[in-house]
Design a protein around this ligand. Structure first.
Ligand code: PGA
Length: 250
């Protein structure tokens, strides 16, 4: 089964609109005509409009880094799926470990957000991953199964083209420590097996599972050429146009 890879930049809390524009000025020529992989850029909210405008007709997607599940109302500081779509987003990251760690996201909120993203017409990138202590305690697979099961509650197999799961071992994020391609591929198999219970075998075969955690130009090829790895979610190394382009062109 060949699944088109998706390489997404997660800029986190980096880049003002001006800095985003400068990035694209340098980045776009470097990936011009690249169609092998799908490319998505996830800027902070305030830079979404400028990025969406500059990416028109490039085939490159734009993603939010988070969203709330309600459409509108008295939820200070939040944005909704329809608002992301109106600003030009095609994608949204849900349940990133930094949101789970610093902003109280739980498996349950991840599930509510995923459902709202799908209703809103966004393609979701749902993050799962174990922390170091869980890996060391030998419960990594249990954690991945639990997170996947809960994220996919009431999601059906016919929605599988509208979301991806990103396996992001928390110990590999921003740490310079990358999971080996084998560790990542093993984790992806656990996630896919669990997804099959929720979505059905056939749909689970179509599910794209990305890897994230210290992807760099130097390790992108080894990771991306794994059959089980359907793309990457790139943080730090996506902030520099040359380095993100080198990852896209792995
Ligand atoms: P990193 O971040 O590439 O800087 O490790 C990845 C992520 O958090 O999505």
């Amino acid at each position: 089964m060949s699944r088109k890879k998706l390489i997404a930049a997660n800029w986190k809390m980096s880049k003002t609109p001006d800095q985003a524009e400068a990035f694209l000025g340098a980045f776009l020529p470097l990936v011009f005509g690249h169609t092998r992989d799908e490319i998505v850029i996830c800027p902070p909210y305030l830079s979404i409009s400028v990025v969406a405008e500059l990416l028109q007709n490039t085939g490159i997607g734009v993603g939010g880094q988070n969203m709330f599940w309600e459409k509108e109302g008295p939820y200070t500081g939040e944005v909704s799926a329809p608002m992301l779509v109106a600003a030009g987003c095609t994608h949204v990251i849900i349940g990133h470990s930094e949101r789970r760690q610093y902003f109280g996201e739980t498996d349950e909120t991840v599930n509510r957000k995923l459902k709202a993203a799908l209703v809103g017409g966004l393609t979701a990138i749902v993050c799962v991953g174990e922390v170091l202590a869980e890996r060391e305690a030998g419960i990594c697979d249990d954690v991945l199964r639990r997170q996947t099961e809960n994220a996919l509650r009431e999601i059906s197999g016919d929605q599988v083209s509208k979301f991806t799961i990103a396996y992001e071992p928390v110990w590999a994020i921003g740490s310079g420590k990358t999971a080996t391609p084998e560790i990542a591929a093993d984790a992806h198999l656990v996630i896919r097996k669990q997804a099959a219970l929720a979505l059905g075998e056939e749909a689970a075969k179509k599910l794209r599972i990305l890897y994230g955690g210290s992807i760099k130009p130097e390790n992108a090829k080894a990771l991306m050429s794994q059959e089980e790895i359907d793309g990457g979610l790139v943080g730090g190394a996506s902030l520099d146009p040359k380095s993100f382009a080198a990852i896209v062109r792995w």
